[in-house]
Design a protein around this ligand. Sequence first.
Ligand code: PMP
Length: 419
Amino acid sequence: MSNPATAIFAERESEVRSYCRNWPVVFDTSKGPYQTTEDGERYTDFFSGAGALNYGHNNDILKEALIEYVSRDGVTHSMDMHTKAKREFLEAFTELILEPRGMTHKIQFPGPTGTNAVETALKTARKATGREDVVHFTNAFHGMTLGSLAVTGNAFKRAGAGTPLYHATAAPYDDYIVGETSDFAWLKRIWADSGSGTSLPAAVIVETVQGEGGLKAARGEWLKELQDLCREYGVLMIVDDVQAGCGRTGTFFSFEDFGLDPDIITLSKSISGYGLPMALTLMKPEIDDWEPGEHNGTFRGHNPAFVTGAKALRTYWADDTLEKNIAARAQELTERLEVLAGLAEGSELRGRGLLSGVAFADLEVAEKIAKAAFARKLLVETSGPSSEVVKIMPPLTITKDELAAGLDQLEDATREVLG
Ligand code: PMP
């Protein structure tokens, strides 16, 4: 029987919708790590808007800043004119994120969402090098517009879209994660052999943890070696930190502990801090040779998002309180996930920090666990080419008790599924 509360979604929304099928309830309010339905049923949210809510739902500090801004008629939209809100965001980002890390990157506000940041990264690399190809990795996820889709290693998502917009080469991610070898000899051979008919690419685009592709986490040495190779051949290195950035893996950028200095970095999801659409593309000054108006758009920096974004940086990145919480919670999460992994042969712990999960050898299991978790009022997503990974992404601000309670629900669900 059709549910009157959800009938209009089924009738009017395109078939492309997915999360509502996994979680067929209607949410109305949300707070911290919880979302509540219009009927007052509270769910623990270990999905966090796919990483867009790192500071929790309706974070009080950010909400207050937004209310204050809106109630004094702060500019909401002004194309890319200078505004006080934008200045304060740029100042906070420079002072708290770039300068302490010795980074001199320029910032583009590429549009509202992650794929806009990736498109801008790809265009910047092609413009700066005058080359076309971009190397990406198997199972990578970089977005759903035609450019970012061309570097997304997911056959299902690419299938309906026809020929990719430009030539992109897929390189294997997996072998170099867990294997002993971190040898890019194969790539080097292609790049060094100008007679082979292949030309040097403009860039390599890489995620340090494949958020959608199965939570595989690249080793730091592998990434460093990739960077060295890029440097040797003048190929630009793009780190897509849309999902793994903004603290998810334990540090603001997911690559900080590896000594990387990417030419281009993409950020989105939690950069506004409040679930407001916002994205950044960071690029080294020497490759920022855009002419005014050459790459424009309407919503390239939304002032309310600047306000909450600046407030989030000043609240959570001026000292190491949040980083300590992420480290402590990540340790607890890992211990609990190890127990779950121990329940099924061939399963494997994946990810880093609070972007972690368990991959199951039986490809059906993770989806069943997510379903059983939903029945217990816990929202968890799956990841990976066969949705074989249970993916856990609580808010970075979650307390020990809140995390433990959600993980109890997850453990119950897992034990039920595994019998
Ligand atoms: N890059 C990565 C690494 C992502 O995880 C995502 C979104 N899951 C994107 C790009 C695209 O972001 P958006 O969905 O906001 O366009």
